[in-house]
Design a protein around this ligand. Structure first.
Ligand SMILES: [Zn+2]
Length: 331
């Protein structure tokens, strides 16, 4: 069993190295662009706009920008109009299209801040006792005013799925086994039983690779936003939700492009300039990502790290450390 696993692992690395010589075209052939929400699901609400419309605007511009910059990349949109494809349909479309990357566009929102202010006091009179013993008691009761102000939260965040969700990603990988990235999958791996330990080992490798790629791209997107002066709230792992990021058998990120609850950012997110800037930043990050992918593939050490990891343990912890170390190196 172990031997068979090692053979699979070796084949996997061999195929990865082979791809490297074919250049980025083979490594990033299809990108799925997902405009969040839509139709009856308006997403977050601002003073005058809905999240769903901003998502569609930015996603459309992102598509135009990628097409200009890398016309050989195939683009698939989960929606082009104001409709609501269900999340599982979005993931299915991504997997069936054999996407190499899934980018979801969203807009953040923060609840208004609640305030309590002392505005004075009121005299409250009460009585105790009966008959002659009846006594009047006056006391001062503080008076408050309650009000709310818009939440000043602003900036961008780029999410990847939570590390503990790696297991879910593996399930997605297994379920979508026939559609796994390589076109000559059968040729390379033969008849693989997706429930076998061998296949589990293989999908674990892929999952780790996807996690690292997603984390790297997320960092690059935030880097570009920072360069044009947006407030970056960083690259994060979301612990709950983002089901679609786990269900897609490919690297995937979710970009929160700004806060609709912040009036200044709502204006920016609705403006042509803002949407164009966001699209340009994400496209530049993609360019950097493709360069990084190529470099990764040319360094056999990257593959060696994966093998050692898989051989030693199946936990995501070692890999997480690796991601953190790589992040440090890039900074
Ligand atoms: Zn959203």
């Amino acid at each position: 069993m172990l031997q068979k696993t090692l053979v699979l692992v070796a084949l996997f690395i061999a195929s990865t190295l082979l791809f490297s010589f074919a250049g980025h075209k083979r490594m990033l052939r299809t990108i799925i662009i997902d405009a969040g929400h839509g139709g009856k699901d308006v997403g977050a609400r601002g003073d005058y706009s809905y999240e769903k419309d901003i998502c569609l605007g930015v996603a459309t511009r992102l598509g135009e920008e990628i097409a200009r910059s890398a016309p050989d990349i195939k683009l698939i949109f989960t929606r082009n109009t104001d409709t609501y494809p269900e999340l599982h349909a979005r993931a299915k479309l991504a997997n069936q299209s054999k996407g190499d990357l899934f980018i979801s566009i969203h807009v953040n929102s923060a609840p208004p801040k609640q305030h309590k202010e002392l505005v004075g006091s009121k005299t409250v009179v009460t009585y105790t006792g009966k008959g002659k013993k009846r006594k009047k008691i006056s006391r001062q009761v503080p008076q408050y005013r309650y009000y709310s102000t818009p939440n000043p939260a602003q900036g961008t965040e780029t999410y990847i799925w939570g590390a503990h969700k790696n297991e879910d990603k593996e399930v997605a990988m297994r379920e979508n086994a026939p559609m796994l990235a390589e076109e000559n999958f059968q040729e390379n791996y033969g008849d693989v039983d997706v429930n076998s330990a061998d296949f589990t080992a293989l999908s674990l490798l892929k999952t780790k690779q996807f996690f690292k790629r997603s984390a790297t791209l997320a960092g690059m997107v935030e880097e570009e936003f920072t360069k044009i002066g947006r407030v970056s709230r960083g690259q994060k792992q979301r612990q709950v939700g983002i089901w679609v990021l786990q269900a897609t058998a490919m690297p995937s990120i979710l970009v929160e492009t700004g806060y609709i609850s912040n009036r200044e950012e709502e204006d920016y997110l609705n403006s042509e300039k803002g949407q164009q800037e966001l699209a340009t930043c994400i496209t530049q990050a993609l360019r950097n990502y493709m360069g990084w992918l190529e470099k990764q593939q040319l360094q056999p050490q990257g593959a060696a790290v994966l093998v050692n990891d898989a051989a030693k343990e199946s936990s995501a912890h070692a890999f997480l450390n690796q991601v953190a170390a790589d992040e440090q190196k890039r900074k």
